[in-house]
Design a protein around this ligand. Structure first.
Ligand SMILES: [Zn+2]
Length: 269
């Protein structure tokens, strides 16, 4: 049974996309977005491209998903989660996110791939990304959740024409049969780009930038939510979305992203 929230929202639907897929494959044979080699389906990566991507797999922190460089129990949590360092430094806190998962490290190889979706309209990548998100969020989907994307401000949405997080969230929901609420959160305050800002500055930058849309405000209490975004740098944006949901009574808020910065992998985003 679909959740009440999802029924109220914009439920993912399949249009006539499949109808045109065959014709597209004949006119534009599928190519790997990284190497340009021929592949079977659009958005698929060739074996050569996979070699360059640093996928995140166990062992990792049970809560924030930080990959460990040593063999570890699935129950182990990292130092930041264990001590709940300052809110700026810890992804996890009582105020927001409960668990975080990521498909890959954010580095030069994955940045090329992800930025091509964001800025080069490579929507053919979404299906493959969705498959990666399914694998990364498997343990977060054991309980029933409502999947929702990190929203863009309406001004930026008009500029870019699409929200890459919404495309990813839709793909994840389609592949898992989970409920999707595309418009649960609203970015009502335009914020400067986070690029180049410190963790604390990023946190200040997104403070009070999000709110729950009016029609959902009385329906959040006790709910489980899975936020979806493309990249996690310090987690400031995801934490702020989670804080807003928790304040409205959400019971659990987790997040899954395509790529996350890990320790020394910090590069400009
Ligand atoms: Zn951790």
């Amino acid at each position: 049974m679909r959740s009440r929230l999802a029924k109220m929202g914009e439920i993912a639907g399949k249009g006539m996309v499949d109808l045109f897929a065959g014709a597209r494959d004949i006119l534009l044979p599928p190519q790997c977005p990284v190497t340009g080699e021929h592949v079977i389906r659009h958005g698929e990566l060739s074996p050569g491209a996979w070699q360059d991507i640093s996928f995140i797999s166990a062992p990792y922190c049970k809560t924030c998903g930080l990959p460990f460089e040593f063999a570890a129990s699935p129950e182990l949590i990292c130092g930041a989660c264990a001590t709940l360092e300052s809110y700026a430094n810890s992804l996890i806190s009582g105020k927001g996110l409960d668990k975080v998962r990521a498909s890959m490290r954010y580095d030069d190889a994955s940045a090329d791939l992800i930025l091509s979706l964001k800025y080069a309209d490579r929507h053919d990548l979404v299906d493959g990304f969705g498959t990666l998100l399914v694998a990364a969020s498997r343990d977060l989907l054991l309980d029933k959740v409502d999947i929702t994307p990190v929203p863009l401000h309406s001004g930026r949405l008009r500029q870019r024409k699409f929200n890459q997080a919404a495309l990813l969230a839709r793909s994840l929901a389609d592949k898992t049969g989970s409920d999707l609420i595309l418009d649960l959160l609203e970015r009502h305050r335009a914020t400067p780009q986070q690029q180049g800002l410190s963790a604390k500055a990023r946190q200040r930058n997104v403070r009070s930038a999000f709110r729950i849309r009016e029609k959902y405000r009385t329906s959040i209490d006790g709910g489980n939510f899975l936020l979806v975004d493309d990249v996690l740098t310090t987690g400031a944006t995801l934490k702020e979305c989670a804080r807003v949901l928790k304040k409205a009574g959400a019971s659990q808020v987790c997040a899954v992203v395509l790529a996350r910065v890990v320790k020394d992998d910090v590069i400009a985003i």
